[in-house]
Design a protein around this ligand. Structure first.
Ligand SMILES: Nc1nc2c(ncn2[C@@H]2O[C@H](COP(=O)(O)OP(=O)(O)OP(=O)(O)O)[C@@H](O)[C@H]2O)c(=O)[nH]1
Ligand SMILES: [Zn+2]
Length: 208
């Protein structure tokens, strides 16, 4: 079965240029076979375009591999003397666990204390996006965000907390509907208990 992205992409709203056409077509061929292996009839009307839809969805969900988070941060790095905590909290994230390729999703809270340079606030959220949109484990995601900010901005400290629900623990496996996993990682000034506590207090408060 040969799939062509352009032929099937007739919705008019998809930005084809963001997809790797060759890979989408190869993925679609494989998803066609997977549908058969799952006991479905890939040729029935409702599933006709499913392989190419899934292929595009998977490319979207893993687009972080094509992003360069260090470059994203450096692109909006401004000299500034502000040396207090900057917190961007409640950054939504959607990722895929690398063990089951099932979604995990939740929120990231990120803080840093500038040391001569600040960055554009949206860039912090973009860094979260660049590392989330890959096959991940929550611990590595937390660490990569922290290291990227530390290495690119050289701040006095970085703090990252992620709270997430893993569908591989909800929809299958242990089937715990309400379990939430929290991971955290800190550098520099945030290794001091008082600074860390201030950060935790501010991300827990509605006023921050
Ligand atoms: N540490 C960590 N574990 C994760 C993450 N996402 C999924 N997992 C876990 O990865 C583990 C994989 O364990 P395995 O025993 O190899 O896989 P499994 O038989 O599917 O495990 P169960 O989920 O317990 O059924 C499971 O315990 C998952 O809960 C993550 O982000 N971090
Ligand atoms: Zn999993």
């Amino acid at each position: 079965m040969k799939f062509s992205l352009n032929k099937l992409d007739n919705g008019g709203y998809s930005k084809v240029e963001h997809y790797n056409t060759e890979n989408v077509e190869k993925l679609a061929t494989n998803y066609h076979d997977i549908l058969g292996l799952l006991g479905e009839d890939p040729s029935r009307e409702g599933l006709e375009k499913t392989p190419i839809r899934v292929a595009k969805a998977m490319q979207f969900l893993t687009q972080g591999y094509n992003m360069n988070p260090e470059e994203i941060l450096s692109s909006a790095k401004f000299k500034e003397d502000y040396r207090q905590m900057v917190i961007v909290k409640d950054i939504e994230l959607y990722s895929l666990c690398e063990h089951h390729m099932l979604p995990f999703f939740g929120k990231a809270h990120v803080a840093y204390i500038p040391n001569g340079y600040i960055t554009g606030l949206s860039k912090i959220a973009r860094v979260v996006e660049a590392f989330s949109r890959r096959l991940q484990v929550q611990e590595r995601l937390t660490l990569q965000i922290k290291e990227c900010i530390q290495n690119t901005l050289n701040p006095l400290g970085v703090a990252v907390v992620i709270e997430a629900t893993h569908m591989c623990m909800v929809m299958r496996g242990i089937e715990k509907q309400n379990s939430v996993t929290t991971t955290s990682d800190f550098t520099g000034a945030f290794e001091k208990v008082a600074t860390r506590e201030e950060f935790i207090r501010l991300i827990s408060s509605d006023l921050s």
